[in-house]
Design a protein around this ligand. Sequence first.
Ligand code: 26W
Length: 813
Amino acid sequence: MFISKEEFKQAFIEKLQTLFGQSLDESSINDKYTALSTLLRETISKRWYETNRQYRVSKEKQVYYFSMEFLLGRLLGSNLFNLDLTKVCQQGLNELGIDLADMEAVEHDAGLGNGGLGRLAACFLDSMASLQLPGHGTGIRYRHGMFEQKIIDGYQIELPDNWLRDGYVWETRKADRAVTVKFGGSVRLEEQAGRLAAIHENYEPVLAVPYDVPIVGANCNSVNTLRLWSAENNYFDFSSFSKGDFLKAVEKKYSLEATSQILYPDDNYPEGRTLRLKQQYFFVSAGLQSIVRRYKRTHGSKPADLAKIHKKIAIHINDTHPALAVSELMRILMDEEGLGWDEAWTATWQTISYTNHTILPEALEKWPVELVETLLPRMYMIIREINERFCAALWEKYPGDWERIRDMAIISDGYVHMAHLAVVGSHSVNGVAEVHSNILKTEVLASFHQFYPHRFNNKTNGVTHRRWLAKANPELAALISESIGEGWLAHPGELSNLHRYAHDPAFQASIRAVKQANKERLARYIKDKMCLTVDINSIFDVQVKRIHAYKRQTLNALHILDLYNRIKENPGLDIEPRTFIFAGKAATGYYLAKRIIKFINTLAQVINNDPAIGGKIKVVFLENYSVSLAELIIPAADVSEQISTASREASGTGNMKFMMNGAVTVGTLDGANIEISQEVGGENIVIFGLTADEVLNYYKYGGYNVLDEYHGNSRIKTVVDQIVSGFLPASPDEFDSIHHSLLRTNDEYFVLKDFIPYAAAQEKINALYREQPRWQAMAVNNIAFSGRFASDRTVSEYAIGIWRVKPVVIREA
Ligand code: 26W
């Protein structure tokens, strides 16, 4: 590996020559990117091989994190960072007249996820490797990831994400590790050698080919594996081909390969398509087959060896999307490895653990029985048996309590309830923030908690501080290290040492200068992309996340409209200038969310072009929110908007990223906001609105009438009327759905109920910002107390409390 700048330059130039036969001057930025990444891969590959070898010989327990989504973003920068090569490369490249940042920008984001859940999985991979834990990812190699969003005339337009267009240097195709996944057909049970064998016939085989991506640990030798499965097929219909029907000859091949073609762009919004269920079984089956194969090589292949699989393997399911792991592991252990039901069951539930990420009723997965039965006949048989045995156990404990048994059954009302399968089939069930875990125990899964009290626990989310602080905000990272040393990089808890600088005027000035530079960088981007000038001395007030009714972008937008009205009424209104920045994608089929985007853009059009408001406020909607765009936006934020209806946001993770970068949160007592508030202290955060208990009470017992809010306050009435009055330049019925969601369905997310408290919270932000020393102290304290929200903390809690895995220190080869 190159350790000096000179060695690096030489290796880089050589790589350009051997790969492309080009000199530095002749090569394009893409070629330079490929040369640098390839160089890095060679370093990584050696460690990767060693890690795998040492894992094998150590025979230590391995964890597999099963997730339908891994929202990795770009890897060049994070790999350089974790290998501690950023500086050498940067300096070397500078001397060659190249900017590392330009090269990083060449990489297509791996957008293999929707939002929170997928990005969390990516943060966990980084933390597992950096904590030297033997933990790997299992997922799908989508040919098209999250769609690219364009905003045209204020509307979201979706374009396919062709992220593999230029190849993907970080992956390795492992054709020899391919496995077959069987769909459809029929299964019969037949007595063979004294036991029942399941014979699966007339199925459709899909070949699953793994592509491995190395996950590089920071400052250690560990390189773990993210294994992404791709549906491929050698099937070729020769008879059609020879008849000259070329299209038909390839049709079947493509239909089989469709399984891994697209990521469903739905986040907390149900789209119960057959193909999605197919994707779920596809990667679960392929992943488990490959894990069991490897287990047998290391730990023996007799049934008695497999009965102990939970001692050496932990499988974690990221929400219920991989919940078929329960029945599939049963199938493998029984049908392929010859275990009896009881042995297989004990091994299965002790291997699997489950995290719930949402309590929105509509987002709890359930699949129609007929669909499961036809697409996955063997799974259905096993799930039915699990259900019968589970219901029998319930009957024993609650004899005659039919209602309870029906509520808890895995199969009921014609559906397979995936959360029930996940809870019954695992030894641990966790939520992702204290309040969320409590709601699981007392509301959503209350009866399961009563039946299995020891299974339930909380693991508050975290984010990798390496990407979201060190890499995204290098100036801030340097300032922190200058002040408290570099220990925080390995031990983010040490950030708390910054607390003592909170009121130090020199430190405050430096923090402010860093923020200012980040705001300039973002302002340049906005100018480039949208030809819009924003005032870098205004408050950058940011809400970036998926667009969803419960996240209440509408509340933010209505408050902006109210502010606009007030400035129009009183042009002298004494407020700090503010730039309201939004970004986020709407699920393709989510009509209301799409209208919210149009609404924000329409507001922007009105406000940004009204000279009468003297540039006091501006509204920006940045298109195509993604991991890499988040890395640009978050370090530039002064204010972090975390304003979901209390109880609805399981945790949130953006809230943590903003905090780490010194933004002040205006938020509800929801998800991890509550713990953020406890950690940072009430004086360093602005909290408003209903509590989770109050919201849940309204849902249960009623008592909220939106018309009381609407008629009770003229500011509220004015903005609500303006949605549909023709005040905004849009077709008359453009925003009916938003109006409807407030007044016709009794404001399900309490937007109007929280409106006045929110406006008051915003006034408080305004006043605090004007007291700069006070504001800067808040910013410093937010950074100082963000250590708890590093995913290293979260992942080590999973490792100790759920997975029971220890670090394996990889020695250099
Ligand atoms: C029906 C399709 C569907 C349903 C739910 C697709 C995806 C989901 C995910 C579970 C939604 C999700 O991403 N949840 C988010 O998970 C984050 C990580 O734990 C939390 O921080 C967010 O609060 C939660 O909304």
